[in-house]
Design a binder for this molecule. Structure first.
Ligand code: KG4
Ligand code: ZN
Length: 337
């Protein structure tokens, strides 16, 4: 049977997300349920609670996404789910439900790589980049430069040697007493900050290469917070200095990566690419130098089902079909696919 309409399931962390992508008509529907309320009081994602909530929410989300697409179950001809990387229990919920549904519906199923799906999110836009391009993936678990020559062809050029950039945002936000998820909260607070008060280092920009390091920046924010009298302005000023250092570092390294690869297209994806300041500065300064910058729409920067359905469609139509063994890969490098 020709594969045309694919259901995608994402449960790698704290979003239960489902979407339906159709080869002729594009994205038909997508739903994201975020577990923020479940984890907020713990200040971060509690893996066991994440799994339990995915179990409760996944089938109702699939039912809702199907009904919003106007399709019935027998019009779906493929299923994709996030196989990894991510939290093992959370991944197992999505994998088990997706694989079993595909068996019951007698249609093919494929597990996809979460980071490949993040990259593919940029191709869902009308103004999508052509291959080859440079991808900067900035999420809660990863910070990577990847040369993307074609669908499925990825060369890892650089990565964070310690904390991922989203993780550094979240940890610094927690230090400043902001609620989980910290990244967007810190960005909001930074809008009230005075950028002239503190200047944080731009880590590793004076070393050659395309790797990152963010744990020192988090420590720098912590020391600064300890050394000054606590008030709301101090928190905002630290947030602004932290965000500025991250954005500047990303920009310096992105220019270097474009130069080194001679690529003219930069695609920025993953949760942190929703950051307004990062989006604006990268676009302004990189486009001034003659390259183009592409982002997914903001709702497809953070975890979503649309990127999984679309990546699954691309894989299934190329003949990648998994057997009945339910498989997840909590640790899985993009360079292994
Ligand atoms: O891609 P994603 O939804 O999940 C992972 O695969 O990790 O990324 C989540 C990360 C979190 O660390 C979150 O704080 C960060 O993206 N994030 C942001 C913003 N929105 C989400 N960081 C900075 N500014 C934002 N506006
Ligand atoms: Zn993600």
């Amino acid at each position: 049977m020709k594969i045309k309409t694919v259901l995608g399931v994402e449960t790698s962390c704290d979003e239960t997300a489902v979407a339906i992508y159709d080869g002729d008509n594009g994205l038909l529907s997508h739903e994201v349920y975020s577990q923020t309320d479940v984890h907020q009081r713990y200040g971060g994602v509690v893996p066991e609670l994440a799994s339990r909530d995915h179990i409760r929410k996944l089938l109702p989300q699939i039912k809702l996404t199907l009904s919003r697409s106007g399709l019935s179950a027998n019009e779906i001809n493929g299923i994709a789910y996030t196989k990894g990387p991510g939290l093992i229990g959370a991944l197992m919920v999505g994998a088990s439900v997706a694989r079993s549904l595909a068996w019951a519906w007698n249609i093919p199923c494929v597990g996809v790589h979460h980071m490949e799906a993040h990259i593919m999110a940029a191709l869902l836009e009308q103004d999508a980049p052509e291959f080859p391009f440079l991808a900067l993936i900035v999420s809660g678990g990863h910070t990577l430069f990847v040369k993307v020559d074609a669908f499925g062809s990825y060369e890892l050029l650089g990565e964070s040697l310690d904390d991922a950039v989203g993780e550094a945002f979240d940890k610094t936000a927690k230090l400043l007493g902001l609620p989980y998820p910290g990244g967007p909260e810190l960005a909001k607070l930074a809008e009230q900050g005075n950028l002239n008060r503190f200047h944080f280092p731009r880590p590793m920009v004076n070393k050659p290469g395309l790797d990152f390091s963010f744990s020192g920046l988090k420590t720098c924010a912590m020391n600064c917070y300890r050394e000054h009298a606590h008030d709301d302005q101090l928190r905002a000023d630290i947030a602004a200095a932290f965000e500025d250092a991250v954005v500047d570092t990303m920009m310096i390294k992105s220019k270097r990566a474009l130069n080194q690869t001679q690529l003219k297209r930069l695609v920025v994806v993953g949760g942190v690419s929703a950051n307004k300041k990062l989006r604006a500065r990268l676009r302004d300064e990189i486009e001034k130098e003659g390259s183009r910058v592409y982002y997914p729409r903001r709702e497809f920067c953070t975890d979503n089902g649309a990127m999984v359905a679309f990546t699954g469609y691309e894989r299934l139509t190329r003949g990648f079909i998994d057997d009945l063994k339910i498989q997840v890969k909590p640790r899985w490098s993009l360079s292994e696919i």
